[in-house]
Ligand binder design. Structure first.
Ligand SMILES: [Zn+2]
Length: 259
């Protein structure tokens, strides 16, 4: 089970958005792992510390989200954080994208894009065509009608955290887990769910939204281009996770990787 713990002032509407996101991901992935003890606390499932605080006003940094502590056995997250800049979150609420931004960022806490490199899922890193090679996601990509021989194209633009940490925008369009929040529906595809299976989660494919690969014309009609747009999701920093009880890994979550 995904548990969200709020600190500081988080409004009722904001709480609801985090809780709804947790419920959605709870239906998709099974996090009923054996309990572990972290800092004298027995933790079940995945625990996310949520806070909203003034960081640097509108724009600038949106916040940070990601796993902070990983389980010693399968290295899936036990704990994670989602911090948002107050000014930005009020704007996201006004333009009605808060719900999907939280759903998207929570996927990063669960490991989407944030644990791929360490799990060895990315090939072609740094080149024009980086791909995710997990077998389940690749199977779903091919079922969608993607390249019969290729793996899943991941973001090949953007800074660290965006690049190679999302599905590629110009292939997957409005899917929730591309690097840009585009379109109006933002479906969670079977392919996204499959990527969690590749990471080691038990998943429920019946929770997938309907999704088809968009044509170039559909991309154009939705105004999807990577060239000229503001990217809220690009402005999230990522914590650097540590594996529980792993002695030689002493880096703390306060050391951010630039996103
Ligand atoms: Zn993202």
């Amino acid at each position: 089970m995904i548990t969200v713990n709020f600190t500081g002032s988080v409004s009722e509407t904001q709480r609801r958005a985090f809780e709804q996101a947790a419920n959605r991901w709870d239906r998709i992935i099974d996090t009923s792992f054996a309990p572990v003890i972290v800092e004298d606390q027995t933790l079940n499932g995945i625990n996310i510390d949520v806070s909203i605080e003034a960081i640097d006003g509108n724009q600038g940094i949106l916040g940070q989200a990601g796993p902070t502590i990983l389980r010693p056995d399968d290295e899936l997250p036990i704990k994670g954080i989602m911090q948002f800049d107050l000014a930005d979150i009020l704007r996201l609420e006004r333009n009605d994208s808060l719900k999907d931004v939280i759903l998207h960022e929570m996927a990063h806490v669960l490991g989407f894009g944030t644990l791929w490199a360490r799990m060895g899922f990315i090939i072609g890193s740094g080149g024009n065509n980086p791909q995710f090679i997990g077998t389940a996601a690749t199977r779903e990509f091919r079922t969608l009608g993607g390249n019969r021989l290729g793996n899943v194209p991941v973001a090949n633009t953007g800074s660290f955290g965006t690049r190679e940490g999302h599905w590629r925008e110009l292939v997957f369009g409005d899917e929730l887990l591309t690097g840009f929040l585009s379109g109006a529906e933002r479906p969670i595809s079977r392919m996204s769910i499959a990527s969690f299976e590749d990471m080691g989660y038990l998943v429920d494919y019946t929770e997938a939204d309907e999704f088809a690969l968009p044509s170039f014309q559909q991309l154009a009609e939705k105004g999807i281009t990577e060239a000229v747009r503001t990217c809220d999701l690009c402005r999230m920093n990522r914590p650097k996770p540590v594996v529980l009880n792993k002695k030689h890994n002493t880096q703390r979550s306060s050391i951010f990787m630039h996103s």
